[in-house]
Design a protein. Structure first.
Length: 216
């Protein structure tokens, strides 16, 4: 994760065979260079331009620590655990004279479940598979968003169900028809500046919803 913060400056291609915008070669990236980027230690003795080193350090310092690392629940016992171990090893709380002024440990890790399709595991071999572009083409972007919101959000596996998505699309169209109907009748609506009992009830409900949202 730490490398990602500076990779776009070091790599001009996915495999790193092409130098990045800073023109730094792999053999120039010595241990003292990485110590400066990750720890902010003294400028190393290197032929890398000082401004390039400072730019690498600024990029890393801007993006670290990681605020949130989302990942699948199947990676808790391996990738995510070692993700934490590696950060503790590389940036311990105390490094003697090299004590970090900012803790670089991840702030939070979010594990999520997998996605089922029509209550079954997605599998290309069985044909039970749906890509994001296919979902948008079939259900529209808003329909896909609604289906994903209804599918679930926890360690439990989410369930993308076609029938629920179709029903959600019908509700969206019904909502759109209602909005058009209300908009068409604006000329018949009350235009008085009086503040009635029903106005107070509506405002009270809105305020309660805001308080409930803030408390959660």
């Amino acid at each position: 994760m730490a490398y990602y913060t500076v990779s776009f400056l070091l790599q001009g291609s996915v495999d790193g065979s092409v130098p990045g915008p800073l023109g730094i070669r792999p053999e120039q990236l010595s241990t003292p260079v990485w110590d400066y980027i990750f720890y902010g230690s003294h400028l190393p003795e290197t032929d890398i331009p000082t401004e390039a080193l400072k730019q690498l350090r600024r990029e890393f310092s801007y993006w670290y620590p990681v605020d949130l690392r989302p990942s699948g629940k199947d990676l808790i016992q391996n990738h995510l655990t070692y993700f934490l171990y590696n950060h503790v090893a590389i940036w311990p709380q105390q490094r003697g004279e090299e004590a970090c002024d900012v803790c670089r440990w991840p702030v939070a890790v979010r594990a999520n479940g997998h996605i089922l399709l029509n209550s079954e595991k997605m599998s290309k071999s069985t044909g039970n598979f749906l890509t994001l572009s296919e979902a948008v083409e079939r259900f529209s972007a808003d329909g896909t968003r609604l289906a994903l919101a209804l599918a679930g959000d926890s360690l439990e596996d989410a369930n993308f169900v076609y029938e629920m998505t179709d029903a959600g699309l019908l509700r969206l169209y019904s909502q759109l028809d209602w909005v058009k109907e209300v908009a068409a009748g604006r000329g018949k609506m009350r235009d008085s500046s009086s503040y009635t009992y029903y106005d107070r009830v509506f405002e009270s409900e809105i305020n309660q919803a805001v308080l409930l949202t803030d408390s959660n």
